[in-house]
Design a protein around this ligand. Structure first.
Ligand code: BES
Ligand code: MN
Ligand code: MN
Length: 463
């Protein structure tokens, strides 16, 4: 391809500065205090798409935050790529653990990013990765090298479950019609070990409440004679895994796809250093389901985790009290064929059934979504693989990820097209954590690789 590397060299500073500007707006979708900032970010994305040469860019209102849509249709006989990304970000707390403020982006060197990484909330998830597509489009339109049609759909509610996007997709199937969906919102193994994400886990997220006595009680006067909701809740949660770290909910594993020995052997070929993994997390041992490796545990196996637990007295000093209520938020990561609504129901039935007399249990489902696996023999995957081959000089490794982008399964169901997950972040980039960052080289490599995807995809489509 003519001059993508030259184009990047020439415009590198501007590419970086534009992203830094976008990162300064705290588009936290979970916290209504940031509503104006989220809306402002949608406007900024719209402007950036217009500047990159997109036509018909619009802010599509929803019952929540808007979806930014734009397209460049050059010829209806050519294939159409639909790019999806999100402009909302996770909350930044605990803010005191950031080494620089989350919405004042700075470039700092790290061990894995000796050339520098952009530190800011959203730098990797997903503003930085989404913006690579905007800059790749700019290159293709400004140099007359856009080989096919392209549509952009950038939402502002991914981090809170994409509820309104589902409706938008169902109601706009004609407008969103495409041949392949392209997303950069995942990661790769290492900068010298490129990989393409071929699977995402599904998710079921629930909140549970255990209620005991009608008020907080003196733990001396009543201790021992009434059920303590916190004791009960922790006991119930502990019982959800057996001694092999298998989940005990009846029928939970019924539909889990078991990989063949060959597939597992293939997976095990991906480079992985257990010592480095443990060291990076300051843990002495890994932990998880008996019979599976670390990489299997966090990608092809389902999980159940408490995300937060509270109740009773947690202030300074001591207060002798038996709380009236105890709460927890629980997520289950699911694998292909497990249906998230069915699993939510199984959880609810089981959790209610194990409650002892003397407490009331309430399970409230939050949100969820199905898992996803993409075939590696599609022309979309082949085009992506060729693109990485071109810019990294290596064939990328197909790899299933443990994270979730629930909307991807819905895309396939409603739009009947496959999604290609070309993620350029690293697991160590601390998405959702303090000090999230995104390598400058990763950002530029993404911008360089994306136009090749378009080129090879169009060639394979026409052949
Ligand atoms: N981009 C992530 C998902 C991701 C990251 C997948 C890295 C694979 C590798 C996305 O923004 C995210 O955080 N998803 C949520 C689910 C959502 C319903 C809140 C998740 O995985 O927890
Ligand atoms: Mn994301
Ligand atoms: Mn995220």
């Amino acid at each position: 391809m003519k001059a993508i590397q030259d184009y990047i060299k020439e415009h590198k500073d501007r590419f970086l500065n534009e992203l830094l500007e976008l990162l300064k707006i705290p588009s936290i979708s979970a916290d209504s205090a940031y509503k104006n900032d989220v809306l402002k970010t949608a406007e900024a994305v719209k402007t950036s798409l217009e500047n990159a040469g997109c036509d018909a860019v619009e802010i599509c209102e929803t019952d929540g935050y808007p979806i930014v849509y734009g397209e460049k249709i050059i010829n209806s006989n050519l294939p159409t790529v639909l790019v999806y990304g999100h402009y909302d970000v996770q909350p930044a707390d605990p803010i005191e653990l950031w080494t620089s403020p989350p919405f004042e982006p700075v470039i700092k060197k790290t061990a894995l990013h000796p050339e520098g990484a952009i530190f800011a909330r959203g730098s990797c998830d997903d503003k930085g990765q989404m913006y690579m597509h905007v800059k790749a489009l700019e290159f293709m339109t400004k140099t007359n090298q856009l080989p096919c049609n392209v549509k952009f759909m950038i939402e502002g509610e991914e981090e809170v479950g994409s509820v309104n996007l589902s409706k938008f997709v169902k109601n706009n199937q004609g407008k969103l019609k495409n041949d392949v969906i392209l997303i950069s919102d995942t990661g790769m193994i290492a900068n010298d070990v490129p990989s393409i994400t071929t699977g995402l886990r599904g998710l079921s997220y629930v909140e549970v409440k255990v209620t005991g006595p009608n008020r907080d009680l003196h733990s001396g006067l009543y201790g021992g004679s009434v059920a303590n909701p916190i004791n009960i809740l922790t006991k119930m949660i502990a019982s959800l895994h057996d001694e092999n770290n298998h989940i005990t909910i009846p029928s939970f594993y019924d539909k889990v796809e078991e990989l063949s020995i060959e597939e597992r052997a293939e997976m095990a070929k991906a480079p992985f250093n257990l010592e480095a993994y443990k060291k990076a997390l300051d843990i002495e041992a890994v932990y998880g389901e008996e019979g599976y490796t670390t990489n299997e545990r966090n990608s092809i196996r389902p999980t159940l985790d408490v995300n937060g637990i509270w109740g009773g007295y947690t202030g300074e000093g001591a207060k002798t009290v038996i709380a009236s209520k105890a709460f927890a938020k629980i997520s289950m990561r699911l694998v292909p064929h497990q249906d998230w609504e069915e699993i939510t129901q199984l959880f609810k039935t089981h959790f209610e059934s194990i409650a002892p007399k003397g407490v009331k249990v309430k399970v409230t489902p939050h949100h969820g979504g199905q898992g996803y696996v993409t075939p590696i023999d599609s022309i979309g995957y082949q085009a992506a693989s060729k693109a990485y081959q071109k810019t990294f000089g290596k064939t990328p490794i197909p790899q299933r990820s443990g994270g979730s982008i629930p909307i991807v399964a819905l895309f396939e169901q409603e739009l009947k097209s496959k999604t290609i997950l070309m993620g350029f972040g690293l697991d160590s980039d601390a998405i959702h954590s303090p000090n999230e960052h995104f390598g400058v080289l990763n950002y530029l490599k993404g911008i360089e690789t994306i136009p090749y995807f378009y080129k090879y995809y169009t060639e394979l489509f026409n052949s």
